[in-house]
Design a protein around this ligand. Structure first.
Ligand SMILES: *Cc1c(COP(=O)(O)O)cnc(C)c1O
Length: 372
């Protein structure tokens, strides 16, 4: 018995992975993104299940995340997407992680490092086609020259990342795609054709943007059962996925307060009538956004109970007035489904004025994990 926990369906994650596989077809690899502890679904557990399902690649943000997976017995290829500093190169080599290189200087430096090891290392190269974050931003010819010049690296992949993939009101994605195709052509012209060309994350798969599939896709959010909301004139969804995570806690106290009673820090809520309050063992230390104060809800016995007052560190208060049941110790659903009612990461994000990613990634360390 726990006070606060998540229930994660690995079957659901497997089904979402196969749904992605189905959309991209047999010629395209799928590298599920397991960074940030698999968006808090647990990277080791998720990786092992994906390995059993036949996945050949996964992607993480940094070397440390890759080392955790390797040490847990993962044999799949592991792409390290979030750049690395010189002190992280030993771990990359030792644990057979595949780094992405983000500048021509770093490419030459990694080549020198591989030479010093007396070993050939494999890497991918990322082009900044407009995201303006990581990636090579050089003339395509200079990129081709630098890749041609390395002696101890095998450049297996060429990648980029879209800034606005689910925004169909801008042509940024089309421009980025053109830029990527242009650099690929320049490389091909000098005899370089990295076999793995990957551009797209979940949005590209969700909206069936085939031209951007390349030979590999890197979905994160979709694997966990969500779709990035679109802007503009979006094509119909190509992908059907369902959330794999349900977040639960318990009612630790129930009491009645009279009209005029105030609730929580700052007394931001005042009872307009006799109110049955429930105190739930979940707070911002667990990842409940403070911004859902007086805005969110939890599900109790298939009904919505509104959050009243400010979210505090360890507790939230909800209004149980008129709801059946609601006993001390009873389960409440913080995120998920209860009966026919849904309150998922999209709903919490809308209430908190944020994005579904931060709701999932915000689930705290104190929250236990139960797998099914
Ligand atoms: C996080 C990330 C992804 C996955 O993005 P989703 O929107 O969760 O699918 C893919 N590629 C890169 C480079 C990333 O940083």
């Amino acid at each position: 018995m726990y006070r606060i926990w998540v229930e994660i369906s690995l079957d659901r994650i497997a089904a979402n992975y196969h749904a992605v596989r189905q959309v991209v077809g047999p010629g395209v690899l799928v590298a599920p993104v397991l960074k940030a502890d698999a968006y808090r679904h647990g990277s080791v557990e998720v990786a092992h299940r994906l390995q059993e399902e036949g996945a050949q690649w996964v992607a993480v943000s940094n070397a440390e995340e890759g080392v955790v997976l390797r040490e847990s017995g993962i044999r799949m290829r592991i792409l390290v997407m979030g750049d690395f500093l010189p002190y992280e190169r030993d771990a990359l080599a030792e644990y057979m992680l595949t780094p992405v290189v983000h500048s021509l200087d770093r490419l030459r430096a990694l080549d020198g490092f591989a030479a010093s090891l007396g070993r050939k290392l494999t890497c991918h190269v990322k082009i900044d086609t407009g995201m303006g974050r990581l990636g090579i931003r050089a003339a395509h010819e200079a990129t081709a020259e630098a890749v041609l010049a390395v002696r101890h690296l095998s450049v297996e992949g060429l990648m980029t990342h879209f800034a606005s993939a689910s925004d169909f009101s801008t042509n940024q994605t089309a421009n980025q795609l053109e830029d990527f195709e242009a650099v690929a052509r320049v490389l091909t012209a000098v005899g370089l054709q990295p076999p793995l060309q990957h551009l797209g994350s979940s949005a590209v798969v969700s909206y069936g943007m085939q031209r951007a599939f390349g030979t590999m896709v890197r979905p994160g959010l979709a694997i966990y059962g969500y779709v990035a909301p679109s802007k503009g004139d979006a094509p119909p969804l190509s992908l059907q996925v369902e959330p794999a995570l349900t977040w639960k806690s318990r009612l630790v106290e129930i009491k009645e307060v009279p009209p005029g009673a105030q609730v929580g820090y700052g007394a931001t809520w005042t009872a307009g009538r006799r109110t049955r309050l429930g105190v739930v063992a979940a707070g911002y230390a667990d990842g409940i956004p403070h911004a859902v104060s007086n805005r969110g809800c939890v599900l109790v016995g298939g009904r919505r109970a509104p959050v009243i007052g400010a979210v505090s560190m360890d507790l939230i208060t909800v209004d149980l007035t008129g709801l059946p049941g609601g006993n001390v110790g009873e389960e409440v659903t913080l995120l998920g489904r209860s009966g026919t009612v849904k309150w998922d990461a999209d709903d919490i994000a809308a209430a908190a004025g944020t994005i579904n990613y931060t709701v999932l990634c915000g689930i705290g360390n104190r929250v236990k994990r139960v797998y099914s």
